[in-house]
Design a protein around this ligand. Structure first.
Ligand code: COA
Length: 274
């Protein structure tokens, strides 16, 4: 029988990869992005795993983000071991670690983003004192076969992020809208221009395109430029600020909607902070 006392939390090692790949297979019907990012996370600092009887059954990652933010992500527990307290153990462990970091620098904050229906994650983090600070709309569409290469922008400054006065979404990671974030965005995102508009897409993790300008009138003509980053007929994912709620129904006509088929608009990407 499983005993939580036999579970230890430690920093990851290169030989954890195979076990972590097994964990990922059991998450979100195998669509987890962990396998794409695992090598990088193992090399970086602050990637913690839960080990049970010599096997890795869960993980969590902390990263230094701009503006003294410690970003928390990648919390996973192998499906077979879920609902047994392993997620809580991982969270409690990294929170002790976070408090020690905060003792050294009280200006630090701790943040993460999750899906608004992720009850386990929301529950655990509310208990730890995390509060919602920002939200976004994340929409999907089936995608099409038409693709066109947009112009990739190498030279830009923070003025292009006016739609996001507080947090700028880079996939499911969010950074503060401040000068220090520019280098981070250049490193982890691609900004591109279609003939009519400007967008950003993350380079790692689950891909989603953030609108940097409100959807244009001729939105249909934009789709091949968005499709370019996903491939033929692959489903598209886009992220919009809540200030663009009125645009949602127009996007719906183009096939974009919430993947849970909500009838009403749902702010489904939630950023929480401590
Ligand atoms: C989220 C996740 C890490 C939780 O890990 P876990 O080991 O199952 O979590 P715990 O057993 O410690 O339970 C955590 C809380 O969620 C609740 N919970 C666990 N399973 C639940 C379920 N199926 N339905 C509702 N609540 C549940 C627990 O009751 C507990 O709350 P409590 O302390 O108030 O009782 C795990 O479900 C998982 O890997 N999910 C897929 C990946 C994911 O969503 N990651 C988070 C992204 S931000």
């Amino acid at each position: 029988m499983f005993r939580i006392d036999d579970c230890i939390i430690r920093l990851s090692r290169p030989d954890d990869k195979a076990d972590l790949m097994d964990v990922a297979k059991t998450i979100w019907q195998g669509s987890d992005y962990l396998p794409q990012i695992i090598d990088r996370w193992i090399k970086e600092r602050w990637f913690f795993v839960a080990e049970y009887k010599g096997k890795v059954i869960g993980c969590i990652k902390l990263s230094q983000f701009p503006d003294k933010v410690i970003w928390i992500e990648g919390l996973r527990v192998h499906r077979r071991y879920q609902s047994k307290g392993v997620g809580t153990l991982l969270n409690d462990y990294i929170m002790q670690f976070c408090y020690r970091l905060k003792d050294k620098d009280p200006g630090r904050s701790f943040e993460f983003c999750t899906y608004y229906k992720n009850t386990e994650s929301l529950r655990m983090t509310s208990k730890l004192g995390f509060k919602p600070v920002c939200s976004f709309y994340n929409l999907d569409s089936k995608g099409s076969f038409k693709m066109r290469a947009p112009e990739i922008l190498a030279d830009y400054d923070m003025s292009i992020f006016g739609l996001y006065p507080d947090y700028i979404p880079i996939g499911w990671q969010m950074v503060h809208n401040c000068a220090e974030s520019l280098d981070f965005i250049r490193k982890y995102a691609t900004v591109f221009r279609s003939p009519q508009s400007l967008y950003l897409i993350n380079r790692t993790g689950s891909k989603s395109i953030s609108f940097l300008q409100p959807p244009v009138t001729e939105m249909e003509a934009e789709l091949p430029y968005l499709q370019y980053f996903f491939g033929h007929r692959r489903s598209l994912s886009i992220t919009l600020p809540t200030s663009l709620t009125t645009e949602l129904y127009r996007l719906k006509e183009l096939g974009f909607w919430f993947w849970d088929h909500e009838t009403e608009p749902a702010e489904n990407m939630l950023v929480k902070k401590l």
